[in-house]
Design a binder for this molecule. Structure first.
Ligand SMILES: [Zn+2]
Length: 510
């Protein structure tokens, strides 16, 4: 089972904000889940370093574009580590191997007769790095970059015959209904294609910061014609001496927010077909996290630094909140105060307290000994079987919220189980020893299952739960099954998983 997941390469001139963290966390969750299921995986992220805006800023600062991107790519390199994401490779489009690959790729398209020369005249948005049609403008401005005046450009460019791919793209969408998910996004892409495709420029004249075209070095590749190719180029040099295309192409799942749907769902598959490649397996478009009613996208500059949330709540809490605050795949509003609430009520009480109470009762009533499985509690066994199947199926649909909701309902069941069975009362009655053993076993075993089922979301917390229960760090998905708790001695009351936090100093300001 091969699984290759990508985030977009982020535009290096931005600062990392919660929108980028959101996509990267989602990609990390699906890839960690695949690893638990024994899949061969590859996870790619990185930065897009070319483009006019980068060169302009470097010019103003009096440094070369390369020096400039070397300096500012640092914050991006740190992002995955801070949110506990583990990409296999971090690509930069200024990598010489990427440039060489892009030149070969574009040469294939050129050799196939899909490139021609023409004059382009029109309004260009440097923010989008795209020409804009009048019909796309709002008050004469790019709706995503209202503060960036459009430039009138007239230049000789090389064009890609996108129009020649209309029928093949429509056939792709017809034959593979799950090529783009969720399906309302596939419909969006399909109606754009049905509306008629215009050829697009794949080069820029008079720009120096980019990859020179192999057949005309006076022009550089248009940033998107350069950036999209990263999903392939990285596979050729991420592991020296190996060509991972053989293993992972086209097993690729591209994850992104809706603002770059058209580039990925229309331009990219057409370019791949032209260059003789298969199209990716799947493209998943998620919505925006609407934080307190503000659109979190790279364009509007209302960046909220996810790293600030991590300093207070930890990476696991941020990951948990991203997965639960808004149904993944939909737009939805989430409030930053929601993270505090979920930290306390759900992570702290539902999960953390359950572990503390369970381990404390094992320590007090059984001298820290968890026995062999005394018997089977059918209702719990059935619920865990369902969780294993449903959570897995949900993740395969990129329903990251559905999958964690399913796991969380086990946590809630276990809390009700404590309340209903009252182990502290069973402990007072010698005749109920066997019953107490079963209840404590079920709680510890249920927590073990929850740790495995939540491990992709809470990679720091899951091993702590297993440690507290004296269990090995075996996160294989097959362990999402009832009754696999190992007998151990020496269980002690576990410290809080998510300790109570003092109110933030600037609580009023927030
Ligand atoms: Zn724009």
């Amino acid at each position: 089972m091969r699984f290759y997941v990508t985030t977009p390469i982020y535009y290096v001139n931005d600062v990392p904000h919660i929108g980028h963290a959101y996509t990267t966390i989602a990609a990390d969750i699906v890839v960690r889940n695949r690893k638990q299921r024994g899949g061969e995986t590859f996870f790619l992220t990185g930065v897009d370093e070319h483009g006019t805006k980068v060169r302009q800023v470097a010019d103003t600062e009096g440094v070369s574009p390369q020096e400039y991107v070397d300096r500012i790519s640092g914050a991006w390199r740190e992002l995955p580590g801070r949110i506990d994401a583990e990409p296999d490779f971090f690509i930069r489009t200024s990598d010489p191997q990427h440039a060489e690959f892009v030149r070969d790729f574009l040469q294939c398209i050129y050799d196939n007769g899909d490139v021609y020369e023409d004059i382009y005249a029109g309004l260009y948005c440097v923010g989008c790095e795209a020409f804009k049609q009048e019909s796309e403008l709002v008050d004469g401005r790019c709706p995503d970059h209202p503060n960036t005046p459009l430039q009138y450009l007239e230049e000789k460019n090389y064009f890609f015959r996108l129009s020649a791919y209309q029928e093949r793209l429509l056939a792709l969408y017809r034959d593979r209904p799950d090529f783009v998910l969720p399906s309302f996004r596939a419909n969006e892409a399909r109606s754009f294609i049905e509306g008629g495709l215009r050829d697009f420029s794949i080069s820029r004249a008079g720009e120096t910061w980019g990859i020179p075209l192999p057949w005309d070095e006076s022009q550089v590749a248009y940033v998107w014609a350069d950036a999209l190719v990263n999903y392939l180029s990285a596979l050729t040099y991420a592991r020296p001496g190996e060509d991972l295309r053989e293993t992972f192409w086209p097993e690729s799942r591209h994850l992104m927010a809706q603002d770059i749907l058209r580039f990925h769902c229309v331009y990219w598959p057409a370019m791949l077909l032209s260059a003789g490649y298969s199209v990716p397996k799947q493209i998943f478009i998620h919505g925006y996290l609407l934080l307190d009613e503000l659109k979190i996208s790279k364009s509007l500059g209302n960046a909220i630094d996810p790293l600030e949330l991590i300093d207070r709540y930890g990476a696991d809490a941020l990951r948990y909140w991203c997965a639960r605050a808004v149904s993944f795949g939909q737009d939805g509003s989430a409030s930053l105060s929601g993270i505090a609430d979920r930290y306390e009520r759900e992570l702290g009480n539902d999960l953390g307290n359950l572990l503390s109470r369970t381990t404390a009762m094992v320590a007090r009533f059984r001298d820290g000994r968890l026995p062999e499985r005394p018997g089977t509690t059918d209702a719990l066994a059935a619920e865990i079987d369902e969780l294993a199947a449903e959570s897995r199926a949900a993740i395969d649909r990129f329903d990251l919220t559905g999958a964690i909701d399913r796991a969380w309902s086990l946590v809630r069941t276990l809390n009700r189980y404590v309340t209903d069975r009252k182990p502290w009362e069973l402990a007072k009655d010698e005749a109920k020893t066997a019953e107490l053993d079963q209840v404590l076993y079920d709680l510890a075993d249920g927590l073990r299952v929850a740790a495995v089922a939540l491990a992709a979301y809470l990679p720091e917390t899951a091993p702590k739960i297993l440690d507290a229960l004296g269990q090995p760090h075996d996160l294989a998905w097959e362990n999402v099954a009832y009754g696999r708790l190992r007998a151990v001695d020496g269980v002690e009351a576990a410290p809080p998983l998510f300790p109570r936090l003092e109110p933030p100093a600037d609580a009023d300001a927030a």
